[in-house]
Ligand binder design. Structure first.
Ligand SMILES: [Zn+2]
Length: 101
């Protein structure tokens, strides 16, 4: 999985194209990420008895990772992610400035 929780990303496709956010959750098996405030929809919830009235909730749907680009902390540009092996560890690198991420 190229993206991790806490990564800053730019949305590159879909209705929220151009917006930035921070990855909150990653589904590696589905290749999707949840970015709060992006890809929102309204959910109408029925009243649950008298004490809990119905309401409209604004929630975010996960986005396919192909629709977002990682924003590099070093060069501040949206980039694709590369990998490099350093001391037997896999390290992510920015394809634009070649720095470790
Ligand atoms: Zn960079």
């Amino acid at each position: 999985m190229k993206l991790h929780k806490g990564d800053k990303v730019l949305v590159t496709a879909g209705k929220d194209r151009g917006r930035e956010g921070v990855v909150e959750k990653v589904w590696a098996d589905k290749s999707r990420v949840l970015i709060p405030g992006v890809n929102q929809y309204k959910k109408h919830r029925k009243a649950q008895g008298e004490k809990q009235p119905g309401e409209i909730l604004t929630l975010s749907r996960p986005l396919p990772v192909g629709n977002v680009a990682l924003v590099c902390q070093k060069c501040k540009q949206p980039t694709r992610v590369g990998y490099r092996i350093i001391n037997d560890k896999k390290v992510r690198i920015c394809r634009k400035c070649d720095q470790n991420i």
